[in-house]
Design a protein around this ligand. Structure first.
Ligand SMILES: Cc1cc2nc3c(=O)[nH]c(=O)nc-3n(C[C@H](O)[C@H](O)[C@H](O)COP(=O)(O)OP(=O)(O)OC[C@H]3O[C@@H](n4cnc5c(N)ncnc54)[C@H](O)[C@@H]3O)c2cc1C
Length: 247
């Protein structure tokens, strides 16, 4: 059972028709970049809670979550109505293993997200750890259309701060754009486009891969990587693939 703190909404941002960020002031225990926290609202007398990745790095406040409004979604259909000053319940502790301390050392770190799954990676990328531990860090961010590619300014900032180490690969599945790859992540690994695009090979020896978001992407990408000899990472059986499904 979560211990709830009463947080206060201090800001909101709407990126597109369905994509939103929510900024919350709340005391929570120290957390690691990449972790999620439970958020809840009392709806018709019942506490409706869901986990959300924290987008802000651990040393920065307010807390920030990035979410999509799900049609008829019990919680998100209420989150979109919140305005600054409203109260929201926030669990006192964050959880989750999508953190770099759980990921083995390698030359290259690949962060692959669909949609809102980019959130924990933005938190990780705005800490020092990835830059101290990996020679190259690649963010692969897949959405349907350019209008869904939120946080571009923050990504440009990361690029400006780490020009030698960072590569950003946006993917659009329903639009064609010169600056983005088209289609889906697993197919682009199969046909080699992803690696050719930045000139780095995914390999058992050199790569650690973190996957986050849509369970179908996580499954299909994991399967493609497993075919290439990579393994799911477990604490007592080190591998190269660390994943989090959002549903
Ligand atoms: C560890 C973890 C971390 C999560 N972090 C985030 C996050 O940072 N941002 C976020 O938006 N969601 C995140 N989720 C999903 C989130 O907890 C909710 O399920 C989601 O916001 C919808 O809540 P709901 O009550 O409106 O609908 P729900 O009844 O919870 O979901 C209904 C359906 O909506 C779809 N759905 C749920 N989440 C998403 C999504 N993110 N993108 C597209 N379709 C979705 C699924 O088909 C799901 O079955 C996370 C889930 C987990 C397990």
């Amino acid at each position: 059972m979560a211990t709830w703190n009463i947080g206060k909404v201090v800001g909101t941002k709407q990126w597109s028709k369905t994509l939103h960020s929510l900024y919350i002031e709340s005391d929570i225990d120290p957390f690691e970049a990449g972790q999620f926290v439970k958020i809840a609202l009392k709806i018709d007398g019942e506490v409706v809670e869901r986990p959300y990745s924290l987008v802000n790095p651990p040393d920065s406040r307010p807390l920030e979550i990035y979410y999509v409004e799900v049609p008829n979604g019990p919680l998100t259909s209420r989150l979109v109505k919140l305005i600054p000053g409203d109260e929201i319940l926030v669990a006192s502790r964050a959880h989750g293993f999508m953190i770099l301390d759980e990921v083995p050392q390698a030359k290259h770190l690949w962060l692959m997200a669909t949609g809102t799954g980019v959130g924990p990676f933005l938190s990780i990328l705005t800490t020092d750890k990835p830059w101290q531990r990996y020679e190259r860090v690649v963010l692969v961010y897949a959405v349907r259309t350019l209008s869904e590619l939120s946080y571009q300014e923050r990504i440009l900032q990361i690029q400006a701060e780490h020009p030698e180490k960072f590569s950003f690969i946006p993917f659009l599945s329903r639009e064609n754009l010169d600056s983005a790859l088209s289609g889906r992540i697993p197919q682009a690994i199969i046909d080699g486009r992803l690696e050719t695009h930045i000139g780095i090979k995914i390999s058992v020896e050199n790569s650690q891969i973190m996957l986050c978001g849509n369970p179908q992407m996580v499954k299909d990408t994991s399967n493609v990587l497993i075919e290439r000899g990579l393994k799911k990472h477990r604490r007592f059986e080190p591998g190269q693939i660390t994943a989090e499904n959002y549903w």
